[in-house]
Design a protein around this ligand. Sequence first.
Ligand SMILES: Cc1ncc(COP(=O)(O)O)c(C=O)c1O
Length: 390
Amino acid sequence: MSQNLLESIRTDIADLPESGIVEIMNYGRSLDRDVIGLWAGEGDLPTPKFICDAAADALHGGDTFYTWQRGVPPLRAAIASYLSNLYGVDISAERPIVTVGGMQAIVATVQMLCGPGDEIIFPAPVWPNIFHAAHITGAIRTPVTFTFGNQGWKLDLDKLFDAVGENTRAIFINSPGNPTGWMATREELIAIRDFARERGLWIIADEVYGRFTYDRDHAPSFFEICEPDEKLIVVNTFSKNWAMTGWRIGWVTVPEALGQVYENLVQYNTSGVAGFLQQGALAAITQGEDFFKNEMLARCKTARDIVIDTLERLPRVRLAPPDGAFYAFFSVDGEENSRDLCLRLLDEVGVGLAPGTAFGPGAEQFVRLCYCTSEAQIRPAMERLAEALA
Ligand SMILES: Cc1ncc(COP(=O)(O)O)c(C=O)c1O
């Protein structure tokens, strides 16, 4: 019976795979032992009190009605001024649109740009959700694999540009990248921008990790090199900087001319983000700088050093120290299947990693470790991993 039901829905939807990360998380949660989960893209810090208070006050104060589809004007203005200050450019308050997490920004953007038969190109390994969001709209997904060598993860721009064909509509660039930690240089962004301009392509820039950098204030951004009215959509989120992954609130920055179209997409997908959540987000973006720098980024810096130091001492491990984001993405000599390795690490030492098999081509032998976590968590996790991977 259930087979018939599955057969009667769209086959491309029935065929959507289970997330390879969630599979491992579910297995880890089912175990009767203490597990240190470094599998998801979030840390162990709850949202700071000043953000929760702002949302709670709004909720108790009656902010419980339908609200602006594009986001409440004060929040949109605050996002515009945050981006303008960060990147030293003038971003108008008409451009940011508040979304249900960075994920909805990706979904709506792909819906807007890539229907059946339209092609989207992206460097891989990549966060799998972009891949599957594009599948849902019927787009053709063309991964271009990074190379991994002594210099770390590198993107061959010629290979990227050669992949573009007559049906290509967009290039998706996630820098700093999940899972690799790759960070595009300003020159690379300029080359991609110039190519996109020449070929009339859209750039979808996923800059959700733009502030998680370890040798500079922020990652090079398309905001710094593009005009306000060109074919550029920038995806961002409150999730990572301000420990708000569970809130499901992010934003996208679009050319002003697309404001109404994007509002329509929000209207017909989710009808917007709860008003009281937006008040929490407003507190985060206007008062959250100290929290981001002194707590969030600081713990990533400490944990990154511990992770790199441990992994570099293990002869079987191959790791390129990540330039940005908060993941270590490494392979282990002799371990061909990362899913099996992740399951075994849970059984043997109770450490939860994400398998490279979940991140598309080019990563089957790698595992991803999220180090956005306290020293108290990361030290025992690394001791256990060192024991298991020695
Ligand atoms: C590369 C990338 N983009 C976008 C997101 C979306 O984040 P959220 O939907 O929590 O805002 C994530 C989350 O892990 C991510 O890794």
